[in-house]
Design a protein around this ligand. Structure first.
Ligand SMILES: [Zn+2]
Length: 326
């Protein structure tokens, strides 16, 4: 099929979609968010098991998921679960799956920084506590030597906060809604709006915290911070600033170790994309299976290879030859 015809068919399909579908499909029209589809499973970090891959594909097409039986009600709020898994991906507080997805992305990202010889400290509880008594804020990752990233915002330490949000409103209540005036043009205009909103919230939170920290120190402290909210949408979309940071990290890996720059960029994006899709698919499958009465199959449902990819402590790729051959 000619490219023009293919594009025309896509446009026509989008125009005839429901507003919620349209918002979802447009959110997926990003290169970084589609990397998991291009990953050839030659290494654990590019590998998804069949059940996860099936869920991820159904999610991409916004089809009712075959792993969620009709009329499933969640035990967190007794609501009828949406058939696309949005509630289980980001709206459900039961089982700690949202946290697992977040932690897995955080761990992968922290390991990537170590390839570029950055000192990445996870969940440093002491970061503000020296000046703010009883403060328990802990950024997901603190980069202690960020100079070589040449980041636009200056600071002796870089605070990275990973977060995941749904591009469609209503994942908690399972009442999925799109803006009433949505059409293709508006959807494209509003693309990444959930990620941008979460980005602003995180920025404001840390600005406030840093201001309190500086005031408590009477402006005399030597510590300064840059803040990077690292935001994913559940569609796969990654906030542009997070992508900028990854690119700079790849540049540094190239400078230091002569890894191919573009391959490194693809490798970083792909690892995160596969991890995001795997973890969301797994959350959905396990929550659905638990509610269907077949118990929590969290551990036995995963093949050893996927478990090792998820469990950073056993990830063979980055420990051994991985970064040398992306
Ligand atoms: Zn729930």
């Amino acid at each position: 099929m000619k490219e023009d015809q293919r594009k025309a068919n896509i446009e026509s399909g989008l125009a005839n979609s429901s507003k919620v579908d349209l918002q979802w499909f447009v959110s997926q029209q990003t290169s970084a968010g589609s990397e998991w589809l291009k990953a050839i499973p030659k290494i654990p970090e590019y590998t998804m098991d069949d059940a996860d891959f099936q869920v991820a594909l159904q999610r991409r097409l916004h089809l009712p998921l075959s792993c969620i039986p009709p009329h499933t009600h969640c035990n967190c709020n007794r609501v009828l679960v949406d058939p696309y898994g949005h509630h289980f991906a980001t709206g459900c507080r039961v089982g700690g799956y949202r946290t697992e997805t977040h932690d897995c992305l955080k761990d992968k990202l922290a390991r990537m920084f170590t390839i570029g010889e950055f000192r990445a400290v996870k969940e440093d509880k002491t970061i503000f506590a020296a000046a703010l008594e009883n403060d328990r804020h802990r950024p997901d990752i603190v980069i202690k030597n960020p100079e070589e990233l040449r980041w636009k915002e200056k600071g002796r330490e870089m605070l990275i906060d990973v977060s995941l949000t749904c591009p469609i409103e209503g994942s908690q209540s399972c009442n999925l809604v799109a803006p009433a005036n949505l059409n293709i043009d508006v959807a494209r205009e509003k693309k990444a709006s959930a990620a941008k909103q979460r980005y602003r919230e995180k920025k404001n939170k840390y600005q406030d915290l840093i201001r309190q920290y500086q005031e408590a120190n009477n402006g005399a402290n030597a510590r300064t911070f840059s803040v990077v909210p690292f935001i994913f949408e559940t569609s796969g979309l990654v906030h542009e600033e997070a992508l900028d940071l990854l690119d700079r990290l790849a540049d540094q890996c190239h400078e230091l170790k002569k890894f191919h720059k573009d391959n490194m960029k693809i490798y970083f994006r792909r690892v995160l994309s596969v991890s995001l899709q795997t973890n969301i698919a797994r959350s959905i499958r396990l929550r659905a299976s638990t509610l269907a009465g077949s118990g929590d199959t969290r551990r036995q449902s995963l093949p050893a290879q996927t478990r090792s990819a998820i469990n950073e402590g056993q990830d063979p790729l980055l420990v051994s030859a991985g970064p040398a051959r992306p």
